[in-house]
Design a protein around this ligand. Structure first.
Ligand SMILES: [Zn+2]
Length: 258
């Protein structure tokens, strides 16, 4: 992940993919010692904040906000509770994170209160908002957030199989099998199919990155390799399958051997 803004709006139809992205942002925000690389930053996986999150899936400084059970929308009292607690310093992480799910589903007074909060954010606070459509948010709220859209394109079984083979070779720390599986991507795939494989791989590694017990740090490093490739394959794609296969192979192998 390259930058972390004080407010990020994550838009997507696929709840699992949105949740995964939210968790990645939250993990980075609470890490005491993020790893820096030319591709951006990722959680270290070893500091006490990373270890707490990895072992329990939760952290004192990650607060998940949802609507009250008897309400259809997020209401102003939910936002007021955030306004009251946000200025209090984080318990042990460098940032306190508020995850506000379905934040597009908010009445006008709640939206306006949220806007005020985003306009003058307390220090050391990161807001992660999610929603299905950008248009559900006030333009003034959108303009205060970095917007990330998650593609919901479905992949076919064949592409999932390709991705799974690469993911498993990586997980088994088998560089030669990893090379073989990556190089298969060079042959016979259209740009759309290659993109689907990359998205499928992205999902596999994203899930592993937040699964307690999995090697989260390795998975996050792998995501730093895959994410730029999925961006490059946005139409009109400017790079060939050989480039994708070669980059994946070289960079994933380097992570394994480190
Ligand atoms: Zn850490």
């Amino acid at each position: 992940m390259r930058i972390q803004s004080h407010a990020t709006l994550i838009i997507g139809e696929d709840d699992t993919a949105v949740e995964t992205r939210v968790n990645m942002h939250a993990a980075l925000a609470v890490c005491s010692d993020p790893l820096e690389s030319s591709d951006g930053r990722s959680p270290c996986g070893t500091c006490r904040n990373c270890r707490l999150l990895k072992s329990t899936g939760e952290h004192y400084d990650i607060i998940r906000v949802t609507k009250s059970e008897d309400k259809q929308q997020l209401t102003i009292d939910v936002i007021r509770a955030i306004i009251d607690s946000a200025p209090v310093m984080p318990v042990q992480a460098p940032h306190k994170v508020y995850i506000i799910r379905d934040a597009g589903d908010m009445n006008a007074s709640a939206s306006n209160a949220l806007l005020k909060l985003l306009e003058e954010p307390p220090s050391k606070v990161v807001f992660l908002l999610t929603g299905k459509r950008v248009k559900d948010f006030l333009p003034t709220i959108r303009s205060r957030c970095v917007i990330e859209r998650i593609s919901s394109e479905r992949t076919s079984a064949a592409e999932d199989k390709n991705a799974l083979a690469i993911f498993e070779a990586f997980g088994n720390r088998n560089p030669s099998l990893l090379a073989t599986e990556c190089l298969k991507l060079e042959k016979g795939l259209t740009t759309a199919e290659l993109r689907a494989v990359l998205h499928s791989l992205y999902r596999l590694f994203s899930n592993a990155a937040v699964t307690p017990g999995a090697d989260a740090r390795q998975s996050l490093l792998a995501l730093e390799v895959i994410l730029p490739l999925t961006e490059l394959y946005r139409p009109p794609a400017s790079i060939g399958a050989g480039h994708a296969a070669g980059t994946l192979m070289v960079r994933l192998t380097a992570i394994l051997l480190n």
